[in-house]
Ligand binder design. Structure first.
Ligand code: E4P
Length: 213
């Protein structure tokens, strides 16, 4: 499983990129709005830092508007992936982008049929939202596993991005249940590195080293 970072904050992206584990970035309108910057300028900045896929979401609700917006976003850099919501209009747009060789990430996936439809329309990625399903008492990880089985059984190459990740266990389980990618907030990425025994071990090694001097 690969790692994407789920943020529009350029400092977080630079820091994650320096770790050498970053395969891409996902943004959404809420994350961009939080930054208070021009969307296109920020995307340009991100694509200068990260060479992997950078998802940029359209906000139009009709296919025609999505296609127009998506073409403008894709023109920013070759590694832009157009993020499209899972709707009937979204599917039409995904098909059009696929014909234009523009990569897509179909977002707000909450059941397996949505994922299958998105894949068949030509989506490069589908993003099932783990945390938001957990929030309403449904099993997000079971969804990842079901989508992975269906894609595997039918030879579908669309990649599964485990999204709406809230804690380190989501990451382990997403890997175990067949997600190709986990898109993680910076806070969770930092939590993945930590273990109290690692910290205690470092402290002890340094204390012993200094004692001998
Ligand atoms: C993914 O592409 C979305 O941007 C994101 O993971 C949504 O997460 P949230 O449910 O924490 O807002």
């Amino acid at each position: 499983m690969k790692f994407f970072i789920d943020t529009a904050n350029i400092e977080e992206i630079k820091e994650a990129n320096a770790l050498g584990i970053l395969a891409g970035v996902t943004t959404n309108p809420s994350l961009v709005a939080k930054e208070g910057v021009s969307f296109h300028d920020r995307l340009r900045e991100i694509t200068e830092v990260v060479s992997g896929s950078v998802s940029a979401e359209v906000i139009s609700e009709d296919a025609e508007g999505m296609i127009e917006e998506g073409k403008e976003l894709a023109a920013i850099a070759p590694n832009i992936t157009v993020k499209v919501p899972m709707t009937l209009e979204g599917l039409k747009a995904v098909k059009a982008f696929s014909d234009l060789n523009i990569k897509t990430n179909v977002t707000l996936i909450f059941n397996a049929n949505q994922a299958l439809l998105a894949a068949r329309a030509g989506a490069t990625y589908v993003s099932p939202f783990l945390g938001r399903l957990d929030d309403i008492g449904q099993n997000g990880l079971e969804l990842i596993s079901t989508i992975a089985d269906i894609f595997d059984r039918h030879g579908i190459e669309t990649e599964i991005i485990a999204a709406s990740i809230r804690h380190p266990l989501h990451v382990t389980d997403a890997a175990l249940f067949g997600a190709h990618i986990a898109t993680v907030p910076f806070k969770v990425l930092a939590q993945l590195v930590k273990h109290p025994l690692t910290d205690q071990g470092i402290e002890k090694f340094l204390a012993d080293w200094n004692k001998e001097k």
